[in-house]
Design a protein around this ligand. Structure first.
Ligand code: CMP
Length: 136
């Protein structure tokens, strides 16, 4: 079933010059770009996006990181896109993510882990509304 999902190429991706490499993996897989924007977010937007994590110990440095510079926000579409993208991204912690995945190949951190992908259809619809409220 075709799905839409929210993907972030986080500020470490932009700083490290990995936007092309990572976007290329999604495109090569066959996913379509429905919306795409380079933007720097404020703390309130980070709090909205990461609502389920705001009370966690790791949240203050995560908030500082995601607001630290431009990121690329995307809506990607394709068959089973949510699950497919989570597979391409790999485990949260780049040190533990399998080789062949984006994080497994390119990240050594569980905070600066390059990408975000919605974890369920409910999260995808909530997150797409936050990032692209005008998307039909
Ligand atoms: P993401 O998929 O965007 O969802 C929550 C984010 O929090 C996660 O990627 C990481 O960037 C970050 N994160 C999750 N767990 C930890 C942790 N234990 N320490 C630091 N950052 C974390």
């Amino acid at each position: 079933m075709s799905q839409r999902t929210l993907v972030l190429l986080k500020p470490d991706t932009v700083r490290r010059g990995l936007v092309g490499e990572i976007l290329g993996r999604f495109e090569a897989k066959g996913l379509s770009i429905v919306a795409m924007d380079l933007r720097t977010i404020d703390g309130e937007t980070a709090d909205q996006h990461y609502a389920e994590h705001v009370e966690r110990d790791f949240y203050p440095p995560l908030r500082a990181f995601v607001t630290s510079g431009p990121l690329v926000a995307l809506v990607l579409e394709g068959d089973e896109a949510i699950e497919v993208i989570r597979g391409l991204n790999g485990a949260t912690d780049g040190r533990k993510a399998a080789p062949g995945t984006i994080r497994g190949d390119l990240s050594l951190s569980n905070r600066e882990n390059l990408v975000h992908g919605s974890d369920s259809p409910e999260s995808a619809s909530r997150e797409i509304k936050i990032w692209f409220p005008d998307l039909p």
